[in-house]
Design a protein around this ligand. Structure first.
Ligand code: ATP
Ligand code: MG
Length: 414
């Protein structure tokens, strides 16, 4: 038999951890709905091509991190490493072209085979949004503002910093790429092995390198702004202007290039010092070429994804669940009446914990452990009078209540 352990890099979510995940997704959903975004869920696996073709043959995800396998029918499938490619696939295969702009949010597990460490898992969860079909910079402004609002709703905005960059349009990218190749070729012998490899395939990625030696070289590398077309510069200026208009603060970071090939124009990350090495909590950008790359009509898009585990580490304890009323039946008739009342009170909107067995002492112990607000004691003596005893744990007060009045009496606990 296989070892009874979770697979390396995966985690069970138990108790408050599970509650925190749900609370974060719900909070983010509230914000997204206020922006007029609706839910969308795509499968957690797709044909490998969906990711291979869109994320780029040189991206870290495609070269090293994908969970790819052949299924029993011989198809190559991949567990999704991120959310955008699947949504773009659905946009094309479900014929959503007539529903533009498409504004959706999603959340769920993502899978990447990387070295597990704090804030980095092999199965992790993302909440993300996509705004498809709008080429105007107002779309970039809106999704970035939404990201800030989600972080604010979670109480962590002030611990993060918005870092903004532009990758320009295709022409800007091409010109810049040429300049980078010329520069890095001159210092190639000082580059890390990985970056030497990137130089031939995707020199932009060197700017993103975490290697110390590379970083020193990157500091003197050509600057993108010198190679930007006027159109790309105007677009970026409009995004910055829009962020000023809605009051979202940012700093420019020319080294944000994003790990995936499909980005153009806006690229951004919300980063924090609070999580050590894994400092990016939310990241996104504009992907005007993606849907065309997949074989769909040219359709612009912009969006972001946030790591729920990283958000959870920052957001702390989730809001407590509603305090329960415990129902303690004493004796056969009491237990039966407790069972009947449990359903009636729950249908009336109360949170009810039924004590299944074991008498008064065990019932009160359970009530104490779950920090119940009150107990309803249902014993033979009370039942004879068609009444129960309600004990309020905060005041210590004990009241006899007719069963017919119980719902009204407990309404205060809702
Ligand atoms: P990193 O630089 O940390 O590897 P990334 O650029 O690969 O991040 P994205 O693909 O932009 O990350 O994913 C968006 C967000 O998803 C990240 O900002 C992070 O919060 C989260 N994330 C990505 N990979 C992981 C992982 N392996 N474990 C936990 N969270 C992750
Ligand atoms: Mg990564």
């Amino acid at each position: 038999m296989a070892k009874l352990q979770p697979v390396r890099g995966t985690h069970d979510l138990i108790g408050d951890d599970a509650r925190a995940h749900l609370a974060i997704a719900e909070t983010a959903r509230d914000v997204a709905e206020r922006y007029g975004f609706g839910p969308m869920a795509t499968p957690i696996f797709e044909f490998t091509d969906v990711f291979q073709r869109t994320l780029g043959d040189t991206s870290d995800i495609v070269t090293k991190e994908m969970y790819t396998f052949d299924d029993k029918g011989g198809d190559s499938l991949t567990l999704r490493p991120e959310g955008t490619a699947g949504i773009a696939r659905a946009f094309i295969s479900e014929g959503l072209q007539n529903e533009l702009p498409l504004k959706c949010f999603y959340h769920g597990p993502m899978f990447r085979h990387e070295r597990p460490q704090k804030g980095r898992q092999r199965q992790f969860h993302q909440f993300g949004v996509e705004l498809i079909g709008v080429a105007e910079p107002a779309a970039d402004v809106e999704v970035i503002a939404m990201a800030a609002d989600v972080l604010d709703a979670l109480g962590i905005l002030s611990e993060t910093k918005l870092e903004l960059n532009t990758l320009g349009d295709a022409q800007s990218k091409e010109q810049y790429r040429g300049a980078l190749v010329a520069y890095f070729t001159g210092v190639a012998d000082q580059l890390s092995e990985e970056s030497k490899d990137r130089l031939g395939r995707n020199p932009l990625r060197i700017l993103d390198s975490k290697d110390r030696g590379d970083r020193a070289l990157v500091a003197d590398a050509p600057i993108f702004d010198d190679y930007m077309t006027d159109e790309a510069a105007a677009f970026f200026a409009a995004v910055q202007d829009g962020l000023d208009t809605v009051g979202v603060a940012y700093t420019r970071n020319p080294h944000i290039v994003r790990g995936l090939d499909y980005y153009s124009h806006t690229a951004f990350e919300f980063t924090t010092e609070a999580l050590g090495a894994q400092g990016t909590v939310l990241a996104g950008g504009r992907y005007d070429g993606l849907i065309e790359t997949m074989g769909g009509p040219h359709t612009p898009g912009v969006g972001w994804g946030a790591g729920i585990e990283r958000l959870a580490m920052m957001a702390g304890a989730p809001p407590a669940a509603a305090r329960a009323i415990t129902l303690i039946g004493l004796g056969d008739a009491g237990e039966k009446e407790a069972l009947r009342l449990s359903r009636e009170l729950r249908l009336a909107g109360l949170t009810v914990e039924l004590v299944y067995k074991g008498g008064l002492k065990r019932g009160l112990k359970r009530a104490d452990r779950i920090h119940a607000a009150a107990a309803v004691l249902i014993g033979d003596d009370e039942l004879a009078k068609a009444a129960v005893t309600v004990r309020n744990f905060d005041s210590g007060e004990q009241t006899d209540v007719a069963i017919t009045d119980l719902k009204d009496h407990l309404a205060a606990y809702r």
